[in-house]
Design a protein around this ligand. Structure first.
Ligand code: GDP
Ligand code: IMO
Ligand code: MG
Length: 424
């Protein structure tokens, strides 16, 4: 039995896609447990680059089965596009993709409400506009439409009409938008029905059987711990639970099935969208990190905000996720710095805080304690053993281990699958 959760330990875009793809070489199943097409997971193999939004990052391995769990919110249009993209690259997904009949559907009105609300509010979250928040609102409101509803046309159309009537009122009265064309949405979604049908199954049963049969399973998180609805920088978060606990509810696997939790950590920090970001650098150093790290959103293309590694946030993330191993990515982006900084403490009104603050207003106000470490000023290309890393890079990694309390088991030195140091 082997179940490993792979979580983003910061604000997303840590390189989860690369790490999941790498570890898929030794996996039978990869399952996504939350989020939707707000995610953008990049896989680079040689001169080919794939960006996945919904389909798990194990899909490039022909012998790996991929699951989209009940916790994911599925935009059928985005899913169809992704399937077509993979097929155009000769990647066969027939018989390898399994979609939970309990997963909720993203509807056109979710996307409209997402963007309308962002425009209307004085404090926008900076969402991806993929309808994620409104879809999870409907799920919690018990009015959401699920994959299983597609199987009963009559019931599906009834639920859809009831939802559209309500959403039309909201869109028109609150946001001054045009009425939605009910018939068009009904016919679009009925056409998805037949196309999605072959993939639909009871994925919780499928996964629990796989656990019983000793399959090697990876559970792939989207976003990151600090974007978690419960544990992140609320309200500047996404509307699901990317933290490791979300993997169990999002797939119907019991916590007792899980052995290992890998936190993917970028060697510095980035954040897309709004909200507190204590170590953000708005100066030339931040620009340099963005330029070298190519820090532009994989889903929206927005420039990512950049800053030094925040070990206070990382320690908190390691605790709430129960991280057993760290996969440290983008170490190569730091190749060309004389000095590197790591934030080791938050200070408020002259007092060092003991915990990661829950209040965003506090996070915006904290003063930061930094530790300065030596850069290595050399390329890491081709290095496959930890012992071959420059001493300064080894020291940087060891300091991350001390500050986070978790072992760095993987060090990634380029977007490519092969450029990774695996520590036994
Ligand atoms: P995810 O959402 O966590 O899967 O991460 P993204 O794919 O959104 O962003 C990570 C970006 O960094 C992608 O463009 C990756 O190809 C790239 N990447 C991953 N690991 C490394 C690395 O070790 N070095 C460099 N230079 N790029 C990396
Ligand atoms: P991956 O899986 C980085 C951010 C958005 C916004 C907030 C809420 O590629 O790491 P949403 O559209 O989810 O309602 O937006 O969350 N966000 C991400 N940031 N990586 C992601 O996914 C993200 N998905 C959402 O920018 O601040
Ligand atoms: Mg991403």
């Amino acid at each position: 039995m082997s179940v490993t959760i792979i979580v983003g330990a910061q604000w997303g875009d840590e390189g989860k896609g690369k790490i999941v793809d790498l570890l898929s070489q030794q996996a039978d199943i990869v399952a996504r447990y939350q989020g939707g097409a707000n995610a953008g997971h990049t896989l680079v193999i040689g001169d080919k680059k794939y960006v996945l939004h919904l389909i798990p990052s194990g899909i490039l391995h022909g012998n790996v089965q991929c699951v989209i769990g009940n916790g994911v919110v599925i935009d059928p249009a985005a899913l169809m596009e992704e399937i077509a993209m993979l097929e155009s690259h000769g990647i066969n997904i027939q018989g390898r993709l399994f979609i939970s009949h309990r997963a909720h559907l993203i509807m056109p009105y979710h996307k409209l409400l997402d963007t309308a609300r962002e425009k209307a509010t004085g404090a926008p979250v900076g969402t991806t506009g993929r309808g994620i928040g409104p879809a999870y609102i409907d799920k919690a409101n018990r009015s959401g439409i699920r994959i299983v509803d597609l199987l009963d046309r009559h019931q599906f159309v009834e639920k859809l009409r009831a939802n559209i009537a309500e959403k039309n009122t909201l869109l028109q009265k609150l946001y001054g938008q045009d009425e939605l064309d009910v018939e068009k949405i009904v016919s679009d979604y009925l056409s998805f029905d037949t196309r999605i049908d072959p993939y639909i199954t009871d994925t919780a049963l499928f996964l629990n059987d796989a656990v019983q049969n000793g399959k090697r399973i990876l559970l792939e998180g989207a976003q990151g711990a600090l974007l978690d609805m419960d544990h992140g920088t609320y309200p500047f978060v996404t509307s699901s639970n990317p933290t490791s606990g979300g993997a169990c509810t999002g797939l119907g696997l019991p916590p007792t099935a899980v052995q290992r939790i890998i936190g993917v950590v970028k060697a510095y920090s980035t954040r897309v969208g709004n909200g507190p970001f204590p170590t953000e650098l708005t100066d030339a150093t931040g620009e340099k990190l963005r330029a070298i790290g190519q820090e532009f959103g994989a889903t929206t293309g927005r420039p990512r905000r950049c800053g030094w590694l925040d070990a206070v946030a990382l320690r908190y993330s390691a605790i709430v996720n129960g991280i057993t191993d760290i996969a440290l990515t983008k170490m190569d982006v730091l190749n060309d710095f004389d000095e590197l900084q790591i934030c080791t403490g938050y200070v408020l009104n002259g007092k060092r805080l003991k915990t990661f603050p829950a209040d965003c207003a506090v996070l915006e106000r904290v003063e930061l304690e930094y530790e300065t470490l030596k850069g290595w000023n050399t390329s890491l290309a081709g290095i496959r053993n930890f012992a071959d890393l420059p001493q300064a890079a080894q020291t940087y990694i060891q300091r991350i281990e001390e500050l986070s309390g978790a072992r760095v088991s993987y060090v990634s030195t380029s977007p490519d699958r092969d450029d990774t140091i695996i520590r036994q």
